[in-house]
Ligand binder design. Structure first.
Ligand code: FES
Length: 484
């Protein structure tokens, strides 16, 4: 009996990114049926994966080990009612599989009796043929199917995965993500880097309205927003109030830069981290009830005590309440404030976001990122966003730095070490923008299947754009932001 698995679950089971699995399918290394992968195909393509050593098992072991740690339960396990529903669903599947087996058993007995009848009514040749056939059948049924142990482990792991998390597919964009623990659909989508539309995030505004196309959801946070009866009948739900019980498909709007409203958010300083003599990373925390809604690559205005400055957000929108900004020590009033004693718990107001230098969410192409000095801030945010989305087939990061140095070089090297399709090349700004652009483009003779994001001085962007277009880059694949 074939057992088909969706791609996102396959990626998790084998510990690869979704983009890697998609590339393998594209290259003909994995066969699919209706966009799903058969379990036997999975066992064939990944003969070395030790299912029982993988993440979900470890998480279950961790929960068991800390069985009395209530907070671990709260963080990692779904709501009790959701858990009960998922176990019930799994139980139904188990019951269906068992009844099918019983049916096969009956068919087998019936077949044996019929063969006996045929043997009795035939001559010696028929008797021999039937005896041979019965022996073969017995041998085949008694022999353990090939790879039975690995198949069993894979099925067990997939079952655990389905109890611990549910897969969500967003239509019409086709984005997929998992919901774990007690997260709502909205929280999980944002964590996965998918900027679904929302406003208050607590059930009042109705901005996160979506339509459930298939599967079951459960309300985990009450909401004041009232739906019309017709909307309810059409499957309307609020993403900030519901969690999925089973795998679900929802129709929801993925926001672009033009959809995100200007916000004013009072934040607190978590730390001011010195990244060198003249540069600091400012880590801010937004209130639980008022997170900053932004897209990777955008910039905001920071103000505190009468000082003000415009900076790019360096963190990923998937990082919940944490916001990181890179501040160079210069004459701007906000920079002076940061280097003259802004400290933990001090208040900083963020207004914004602004800018169209954002990730193209529907592209599955490889991505080339280029940063120049603190142009690294928006690029860092974009890289992390691309990682959380798992859609780029490969990523190449170039960072040209001068006096500020490659102040988060270790992080970039860690990305390159951890990801198969990620390369990192630190460069020096000294040869100048044109020479740096030339050095980068020398690595890419054909950019017809790529997107290019660059943040730096105008001269760098001009040289990169002209060279990239000459190498086949689509004009739609070019994204440049002047950062000086
Ligand atoms: S975000 Fe306001 S109701 Fe969900």
């Amino acid at each position: 009996m074939a057992h088909y698995l969706p791609l996102s679950r396959v990626a998790r089971l084998v510990g690869q990114s979704r983009a890697t699995i998609q590339r393998m399918i594209h290259d003909g290394e994995i066969a699919t049926f209706d966009g799903m992968v058969d379990m036997n195909e999975l066992l064939r393509v990944f003969p070395d994966v030790q299912w029982e050593d993988d993440g979900e098992y470890k998480r279950v072991e961790e929960i068991k080990a800390k069985a009395f740690g209530k907070r671990v339960f709260e963080r990692t396990l779904p709501d009790k009612a959701v858990l009960a529903e998922r176990l019930f669903e799994l139980g139904k599947e188990f019951a269906a599989a068992k009844s099918l087996l019983l049916h096969y058993d009956e068919v087998f007995r019936f077949l044996s009796d019929k063969l006996e009848d045929v043997a009795e009514s035939g001559g010696p040749a028929t008797l021999d043929a039937v005896a041979g056939l019965k022996q073969w059948l017995k041998r085949e049924l008694e022999a353990a199917p090939s790879e039975a142990e690995r198949a069993e482990a894979l099925l067990a792991q997939e079952s655990v995965m389905r109890i611990m998390s549910a897969q969500v597919t967003v239509q019409p964009s086709g984005h997929e993500f998992f919901v774990e623990g007690n997260d709502t659909l909205l929280e999980a989508a944002l964590r996965a880097g998918i900027p679904l539309d929302y406003g208050c995030s607590n059930g009042n505004c109705g901005e996160c309205r979506a339509r459930l196309l298939s599967g079951q959801v459960k309300k985990v946070h009450p909401h004041d927003f009232a739906f019309k009866e017709q909307d309810k009948a059409n499957g309307a739900i609020l993403l900030c109030s519901y969690t999925p019980v089973t795998d679900v498909v929802v129709e929801a709007h993925v926001a672009g830069a033009e959809d995100i409203p200007e916000q004013v958010i009072p934040t607190k300083v978590k730390t001011v981290e010195r990244l060198g003599e003249h540069l600091a990373a400012l880590h801010l925390i937004a209130p639980r009830s008022q997170r900053l809604r932004f897209l990777a690559g955008q910039h905001v205005t920071l103000s505190a005590g009468g000082a003000e400055g415009e900076y790019y957000v360096a963190s990923c929108p998937c990082e919940d309440r944490h916001i990181e900004l890179h501040i160079r020590q210069d004459n701007r009033s906000f920079a002076r404030m940061v280097f003259n004693g802004l400290g933990k718990e001090d208040g900083v107001t963020i207004s914004g976001p602004r800018g169209r230098f954002v990730m193209k969410l529907d592209s599955r192409r490889e991505v080339v990122f280029v940063a120049w000095n603190e142009g690294f801030a928006p690029i860092k945010s974009l890289v992390q966003h691309a990682m959380s989305l798992e859609i780029a087939s490969a990523m190449h990061l170039y960072w040209a730095a001068g006096d500020v140095g490659h102040y988060q070089d270790n992080l970039c090297r860690a990305w390159a070490d951890a990801l198969d399709d990620f390369t990192y090349q630190p460069l020096d700004t000294a040869p100048g923008p044109a020479a740096v652009a030339e050095a980068i483009l020398a690595d890419h003779s054909d950019l017809s299947h790529a997107d290019l994001y660059a943040a730096g001085p105008e001269a760098l962007l001009r040289a990169l754009e002209a060279g990239a277009l000459a190498r086949g880059l689509s004009p739609l694949g070019w994204h440049g932001e002047i950062v000086v």
